[in-house]
Design a binder for this molecule. Sequence first.
Ligand code: FAS
Ligand code: PHB
Length: 391
Amino acid sequence: MTAPSKTGVAIIGAGPAGLLLGHLLRAAGIACVIVERQDRAYVESRIRAGVLERTTTDLLRRLGIDARLNAEGLIEHGFNLAHDDLLIRIDVSALTGQPVTVYGQTEVTRDLIAAAPERDLDIMFEAKDVVLHDVTGDAPFVTFTRDGVTQRIDADFIAGCDGFHGPSRKAIPAVACEYEREYPFGWLGILADVPPCHDELIYANTDAGFALASMRSATRSRYYIQVPLTERVEDWPADRLWDELERRFAPLASRPVVRGPALEISIAPLRSYVFETMRHGRLFLAGDSAHIVPPTGAKGLNLAASDIAYLSDAFIAHYRGDESGLTGYQARALARIWKAERFSWYLTKLMHRFPEDGAFERRMQIAELDYVAQSQAMQTAIAENYVGLPL
Ligand code: FAS
Ligand code: PHB
């Protein structure tokens, strides 16, 4: 595939943000192309998020790329917070009128990539050394090398959907617009073809630290435990991790933790990060290129989707002669981003054991969880953030 010499929107990155944007623009008849560093197999093999808000499933349904989501997605009407042997069920459907859907980001990515050819969405995989040019001029362009050949795409706009480590944010002078908090621990995660220990997610704050029991289906489980940043995956053979998960979930779950071979074991660091310049000339940032949340609130993928809901509408309005969406994109997106950052930070503070915390802070956590257990107002506040605030 050779790059088009000129397009409407050059999208950098074929993660959920770039793929959703590409499909939404093509559905509106707007020319665009996605330039992705990795190969297709690598992108489709990434294991990340698991919980979809309705804002995300609505986009997939609007695109008609929802057949597998409807067939395989698990509708979850509640989730659980726990400490020691106290299980607090947050009934999101009863409290907010909407459930969440458990359907892996891996599957979302595969569905969006599979649908690209029939919808005339070009994804250029294995595009190396992507460089953004003239983003503050009237004729921005992107260069990259593919099969050893340097290619150039001229565009009306560039969408930086290239994640936290991509080149787009680095193309913007960071003038006092960065906010960051790194957490003193990571999440050790395991994916295995074993039945989940509970029908709904359990976020547990135990004496040994945080643990999350999640799933991908009735036969595939996803678990996480909090580990110090010094830990390495090789320190955690599967049996040691299964022992730890049994210890933390035995008093809480409705079924035993079933062991099995790991399909994947990895450690992810946790950080909160916001880069407040989401527009720089004709460059627009969306998704992890502009913000990161600790996965505690299941917001990362969903924030990428809400950025794209705003940005795709703004591009479509531009091509119909209305600039207000592009002008208002940054402020609109940031208003939602900061609320999601707050919720993710709140739940991370509430559910993890911080090494610097003493006995008093532990009592504060337990008091907060006891209050959540008794207060419908608190449960409603948690529920409406968990299912996703209105767009
Ligand atoms: P992504 O990072 O998904 O996609 C960016 C794309 O840009 C990638 O395909 C990358 O290859 C490409 N790219 C990067 N540099 C490039 C370059 N130079 N040229 C071209 N392409 C380039 N969120 C949750 O809600 N729940 C979770 O449990 C969860 N777990 C996570 C675990 C890990 C290890 C990580 C890293 C993230 C996790 N997240 C989780 C957050 C994650 O789901 C992101 O929010 C989501 O992938 C954001 O999507 P994008 O913005 O599209 O960025
Ligand atoms: C997951 O299933 O991977 C998952 C679910 C909820 C979270 C984080 C990760 O908050």
